[in-house]
Design a protein around this ligand. Structure first.
Ligand SMILES: Cc1cc2nc3c(=O)[nH]c(=O)nc-3n(C[C@H](O)[C@H](O)[C@H](O)COP(=O)(O)OP(=O)(O)OC[C@H]3O[C@@H](n4cnc5c(N)ncnc54)[C@H](O)[C@@H]3O)c2cc1C
Ligand SMILES: *[C@@H]1O[C@H](CO)[C@@H](O)[C@H](O)[C@H]1NC(C)=O
Ligand SMILES: *[C@@H]1O[C@H](CO)[C@@H](O)[C@H](O)[C@H]1NC(C)=O
Ligand SMILES: *[C@@H]1O[C@H](CO)[C@@H](O)[C@H](O)[C@H]1NC(C)=O
Ligand SMILES: *[C@@H]1O[C@H](CO)[C@@H](O)[C@H](O)[C@H]1NC(C)=O
Length: 483
């Protein structure tokens, strides 16, 4: 559906440009068509600006990636709309009558002998208490894991002192909390994350799902192509166009030149760069000419982006109970069986996506997520099915999967990770994200090289809405500058 749409669009543009004089020069070039770039390009085009959007991959969406799978769709990248109040993403759905649904927080806790953990309310209570303790950080910033461990132990001492003697349970609970924080932050260790963060959640439910519509609908709405919409006439989109160099003559008011890997060169008055922090880290020394100023280079080095991975299986039919998440708790005596493959102990939950009825997702993070990207597909499949059967196969015969999808956000040269988090070093660089967002100006003081993307959003980084807002921020900067 999406690709068919793109073929139509491309044909449309080819036709339009063959009738008029093909514009080789644009008002603005947008590099990257993720949430930030697509919002920036659409906002400018909607205001009548001539915009060229260059995207290295063969699709729009970036870290949003909806693919047909199972009996519906699955999200290989972003899963939910986090918060509904003042969310440009939620608003886009609602104003266009696209239904979004709440993913309910129902869950089962299963043990490694296949039995159900009977007191799951206790796990919920402890998880909720500990995760909420993040809202009340200590005055002096410290590693998040260290802080939350202390909070949890204090709480147990007061409310459930008998549990403190169960060392196996405490260790497993802490490991699960570490896993949960790492999944939320895309960190490798909850002690790499700072208790101090500028992140703010939007109000309202945090797990609204585009379900069978898919998150890709957000991009169709932005681009005015939803329901065969006509798109934006002054927006020219080119896929499979990897940008290798951006020449921005800072000492003059001349044009920027954007060079692609295939040799094509495009010019414009200014350029908005929306590639991920991971891509900037890898390329910033070669991507920009002249080089970026030192303060920009420094924050690119200091900010960090981690890895979250998804491995998704489809089954001949839905064989699992009707809850959203299955949480896996290891019994201490079963752990030693996995000494050869310790990463398997980090497969701590299976999740039921909303866009299909017969699929299950394993989340992984940090080094384990990187490892899963590199192991042979058959190995990943066999080990994960082994885990499913151990934890969930006591009462049912789990069928062989009919399909498997594995994310590759770290190996993908156009993402190099999943999202950014506030690490321990940022205490010394409190304005890092604002510095990353700052536009570079030409001799006349007009913005020439602009930056958007989730990493540049001090309050709403690591989200689709935060990325989108950053794209609108830069588009508005150009529109209000009115050069
Ligand atoms: C697994 C996963 C789960 C997530 N879950 C959620 C969630 O539930 N809710 C939520 O709100 N957020 C979630 N996020 C985060 C969210 O997806 C991102 O914050 C957001 O999509 C980032 O958008 P962006 O425009 O900043 O960057 P990107 O989406 O990375 O866009 C940058 C674009 O630039 C392109 N590009 C890179 N290099 C070049 C080049 N040299 N030339 C041309 N183009 C280039 C890339 O291909 C890409 O399309 C998740 C992310 C992942 C990966
Ligand atoms: C939402 O945005 C409006 C307008 O900018 C603002 O007045 C309001 O305080 C915001 N609400 C919340 C909960 O942030
Ligand atoms: C959404 O639905 C309402 C009520 O049916 C209708 O009035 C409105 O025009 C619709 N909006 C769009 C964008 O389709
Ligand atoms: C398996 O079935 C038994 C008996 O009906 C039930 O008590 C138990 O909770 C079930 N186990 C799981 C993991 O669902
Ligand atoms: C958190 O988990 C990661 C990944 O398994 C591990 O490397 C790290 O040591 C854990 N941190 C603590 C404090 O246990």
């Amino acid at each position: 559906m999406e690709s068919a749409l793109w073929i139509c669009l491309t044909a449309l543009f080819a036709h339009a440009t063959s009738l008029s004089v093909a514009p080789r020069s644009y008002d603005t070039i947008v590099v990257g068509l993720g949430s930030a770039g697509t919002t920036a390009a659409a906002t400018l085009a909607r205001a009548g600006r001539r915009v060229l959007a260059l995207e290295a991959q063969d699709r729009v969406g970036g870290r949003v990636k909806t693919v047909p799978f199972g009996d519906g769709i699955v999200e290989v990248g972003a899963e939910w709309i986090h918060g509904t109040v003042n969310s440009s993403v939620y608003d886009a759905a609602i104003t266009n009558n696209v239904s979004v649904v709440l993913q309910d927080p129902s869950y089962q806790v299963l043990k490694s002998d296949g039995s159900e953990y009977t007191n799951k309310e206790l796990i919920y209570e402890l998880m909720e208490y500990t995760l909420e303790a993040q809202e009340y950080p200590p005055e002096v910033p410290e590693p998040l894991g260290k802080f939350l461990t202390r909070k949890l132990k204090d709480y147990l001492k007061e409310k459930h002192p008998e549990l403190l003697d169960d060392e196996g349970f405490i260790a497993e609970l802490l490991e699960f909390l570490n896993f949960t924080i790492n999944s939320l932050e895309s960190s490798n260790d909850w002690n790499d994350v700072s208790t101090q963060t500028t992140s703010v959640n939007l109000e309202g439910p945090q797990t609204m799902s585009w379900h069978r519509h898919g998150y890709k609908t957000f991009f169709e709405l932005l681009l005015n192509t939803y329901n065969n919409g006509p798109g934006w006439p002054t927006l020219d989109i080119k896929l499979n166009k990897e940008v290798t160099q951006i020449k921005w003559p800072k000492d003059s008011t001349g044009k920027v030149e954007v060079v692609c890997k295939d040799g094509d060169v495009y010019t414009a008055d200014n350029v908005i760069v929306t590639v991920s922090l991971g891509v900037l880290k890898e390329r910033y020394t070669t991507l920009f000419s002249p080089p970026l100023p030192d303060e920009k280079a420094t924050v690119i080095e200091k900010l960090t982006m981690g890895v979250v991975g998804k491995t998704i299986f489809s089954f001949p039919e839905r064989w699992f109970p009707d809850v959203s998440t299955f949480v896996f708790f290891w019994r201490p005596e079963d752990r030693a069986l996995y000494n050869d493959n310790p990463w398997m102990l980090q497969l701590k939950q299976a999740f039921v996506p909303k866009g299909s009825g017969n699929t299950l997702t394993f989340w992984a993070n940090g080094e384990v997520a990187k490892l899963i990207e590199t192991l042979p597909e058959e190995v990943v499949k066999e080990k994960m099915m082994h885990i499913l059967r151990r934890f969930m196969g006591k009462n049912v015969t789990i069928p062989e999967p009919t399909g498997m999808i594995r994310s590759n956000w770290y190996s993908n040269p156009f993402t190099r990770g999943t999202y950014t988090y506030d690490n321990l070093q940022l205490v010394n660089y409190p304005n890092a994200r604002a510095t990353l967002a700052e536009p570079l100006l030409d001799a006349a003081g007009s913005p020439k090289l602009l930056f958007a993307g989730e990493a540049t959003n001090s309050k709403h980084f690591s989200t689709v809405h935060g990325a989108s807002d950053s794209g609108r921020r830069e588009a508005m900067r150009l529109l209000s500058n009115n050069e």
